[in-house]
Design a protein around this ligand. Sequence first.
Ligand SMILES: [Zn+2]
Ligand SMILES: [Zn+2]
Length: 424
Amino acid sequence: MKTMKRVLIVASMAFMAVMLYQWGHVDEREGKSSGIISEAIAAESPPKASPVKARARDFYAPNSEDLGPDEMRVIACGTGMPTSRPGQAASCWLLELGNGDKFIFDIGTGSGERIAALQIPYNYLDKVFLSHLHTDHFGDLDALFVGGALSGRQKPLRVWGPSGDTPERGTKYALDHLYKALTWDLDGRAGITDPRGYQPFEVTEFDYKGVNEIIYQENGVTIRSIPAIHSLDGPVSFIVEWNGLKFVFGGDTYPNKWYAKYAKDADLAIHECFIAVPDLITKFKFTPQGALSVGTQIHTAPEAFGKMMSIIKPRMAVAYHFFNDFDTSGPINDRIRKTYDGPLSLAKDYMVWNITKDDIRVRMAIYDEAVWPPPPTEKPQVPDPKLRIPYSDFIVDGKYDMKDVIQPTYDEINKKYGLKEKQD
Ligand SMILES: [Zn+2]
Ligand SMILES: [Zn+2]
């Protein structure tokens, strides 16, 4: 940044001195061409090139960088809409702290595969905070729950979420029933897989009307919630404080006074920013009435997002909850810039922010499409076959005899690992 500023200052002085048309004018003191702009660039140290050494990368490759003890890393694992699409899953944000803690804020539809792409052992991904119970904010909870347990989470999944104005509209009700909906899935895994990750969700339901009240405090990390205004009573936003850094994750909301007050001076402030109304009508096929209502009253319009950021003045503002395309990001940026001129990221899936007290670095993650589960952090527990729920005689009778072709695989594995396993 400093380099650019210096170049710009030199360039502006040049403009004033020689007028616009006199590039490379003759210096009156030395009588030779000064080539003002190129001189300024030439004064910078040359970039370090080498035919044999690697250069610093300008992207984030999962599982390739240590996190500093004072550093916070945030990765967008979903930034879009309820209709998830290949380029954008619905709301999901991973927060990683230099003390080793990791938190998932929202786990919207389609975000599970983004989490998988980051190659983080699932035992470290056991804490989820839900801003509200729209599927674009918790639609992949079942994927993380079951897929995570299958891939190395050896403990229950902990979930924090708001109450509702009735018990049926609260997080506990939703998750109790989600667990019940998974009865067939979970029964079918009994006695086959390590059972520890499949225990019922450990739900902490907190009062959605709590204003900046602590809902989590462990290991030097404090998380508070503030109410949000969206669809029904219940939605919230979260404020995380750790090691002198402040991270704010705003759930869906009409701009509200609690965010304006408690998100102030955040290092990273995420807030929803909806598709501009004209694009909601022409591209998202909303009716004009629906676009006005949803785009400005149920959610936050880009101009309103900008106004909110001008109030709270974060070190970095992050806008999400819109389809971020070449033809929509321009209008959204223009509208935000009517009311806000500070640092801004228009979020895309796999955008990465590294935050320290001195710096905020924004990059994109480059990931492996063919990623496999990372190693478990603890030894897997061998399941108890006695817990297996048997097939009926009717289904057993339908088995085609494959014993002869499968036996060589048993022989191979028993020999390699010193086992005495037998076919069912
Ligand atoms: Zn919502
Ligand atoms: Zn939403």
